[in-house]
Write a protein that binds this ligand. Structure first.
Ligand SMILES: Cc1cc2nc3c(=O)[nH]c(=O)nc-3n(C[C@H](O)[C@H](O)[C@H](O)COP(=O)(O)O)c2cc1C
Ligand SMILES: CC(C)CC(=O)C(=O)O
Length: 364
């Protein structure tokens, strides 16, 4: 690519140039036809922003609080696994970039650096993402380590009872890279010599029997707030409130699990209305511009999480790349707020965006 990237999409090109094909395909790929992968991004484009004029926007304040933690903007780092496939410094570089930009980071259960290494290398506010294994004792041990090491919340991912079918990984015979938190705890045996070894490993270890009643178990093994990641319907949002979780992440796992599940921005609002402000609602999937962050906030999200762009920044330029990606999104959000007439995140309302459904209603 000629010159320096000017937006986060351009980091994808740089990542593709920098990485071996197997690694790039793992990061960029989605499930099956990758319909939802495209829709996550496209659905944002179908929402327009309705600016307000003649508002004094000489000072813009993007700061907010998430679960009581102050942060510079409503943008968080989503949990993504295996950062050493992107850069040798792995999640340590990502976490340092999060700290430098005063951004909350969610660390993946499947990280390449241990949670202890990440905790000791930076003072960012960190949440920990959990997968529940058949060996519940493994998950319990890791939750305890996260709690001891200053992580502030557990985000349990519930959209992956089995691993999605990622065809690029199957073709590449994706390997099982070391998952540092599991070293000495459970072995990484190769359980298949066909297709994606990672898929075979994950399917063999994850507990597909995990269900609503197990949230009580999870709450009983930690003092940390528990958030549930992977909610896409109002029915499940209501159940999440009922079982007493502290927050919801509207997510389809970056379209890597169930293809033809809805683009997250299209279902955010039904989840927000079901929850009625009782717990915070976060959203991820396809956020590539500050305008996307603005649209998600207007439709009721408290914050967004960013997956692939962070990994692309890390692949292209290590810690600095992640910092640049976060800062680009923050700068774009700040400009969007100014041009839309919103000085603080609280000023961003439903009336600042118009969906296709709204436009249709206006016509009839
Ligand atoms: C390479 C990659 C690895 C991921 N690993 C995890 C993971 O370990 N745990 C998890 O809950 N979600 C994981 N996700 C999903 C992200 O947390 C997030 O939901 C998704 O990336 C958001 O979409 P975006 O990539 O379009 O921003 C992963 C996503 C990607 C792209
Ligand atoms: C290593 C994997 C289990 C991480 C993941 O959730 C993903 O690739 O989507």
């Amino acid at each position: 690519m000629a010159g320096e990237p000017v937006n986060v999409n351009e980091f994808e090109e740089l990542a593709k140039e920098a990485l071996p094909k197997m690694n790039y395909d793992y990061f960029s790929g989605g499930a099956e036809d990758e319909y939802t992968l495209k829709e996550n991004v496209e659905a944002f484009k179908r929402i327009s922003i309705q600016p307000r004029i003649l508002v004094d926007v000489s000072k813009i304040n993007m700061s907010t609080t998430i679960l009581g933690y102050k942060t510079s903007s409503p943008i968080m780092i989503a949990p993504t696994g295996l950062h050493k496939l992107a850069h040798p410094a792995g999640e340590i570089a990502t976490a340092r970039a999060a700290a430098a930009s005063d951004t909350i980071m969610a660390l993946s259960f499947a990280s390449s650096c241990t949670l202890e290494e990440v905790a000791s290398s930076c003072n960012a506010v960190r949440f920990f993402q959990l997968y529940v294994y058949k060996r519940r004792d493994v998950s319990e041990l890791i939750v305890q380590r996260a709690e001891r090491n200053g992580f502030k919340a557990i985000i349990v991912t519930v959209d992956a009872p089995r691993f999605g079918r990622r065809e690029a990984d199957i073709k590449n015979k994706m390997i099982i890279p070391p998952m540092a938190n599991l070293k000495g705890v459970i072995s990484h045996e190769v359980v298949s010599d066909k297709g994606s070894e990672l898929q075979a490993y994950v399917s063999a270890t994850k507990d597909a029997s995990l269900s609503w009643k197990d949230i009580a178990w999870l709450k009983s093994i930690t003092n940390l707030p528990v958030l549930i990641k992977g909610v896409l319907t109002s029915e499940d949002a209501l159940k999440a409130v009922e079982v007493g979780v502290s927050g919801i992440v509207v997510s389809n796992h970056g379209a890597r699990q169930l293809d033809y599940s809805p683009a997250t921005i299209t279902v955010l609002e039904e989840v927000v209305s079901a929850v009625q402000g009782k717990i915070p609602v976060l959203v991820d999937g396809g956020v590539r511009r500050g305008t996307d962050v603005f649209k998600a906030l207007a439709r009721g999200a408290q914050a967004v999480m960013i997956g692939r762009p962070v990994v692309y920044g890390l692949s292209a330029k290590g810690e600095n790349g992640v910092k640049t990606v976060i800062n680009m999104l923050k700068d774009e959000l700040e400009l969007t707020m100014a041009l839309a007439g919103c000085c603080t995140v609280k000023d961003i309302t439903r009336q600042h965006v118009r969906t296709e459904h709204d436009r249709h209603r206006c016509r009839i």
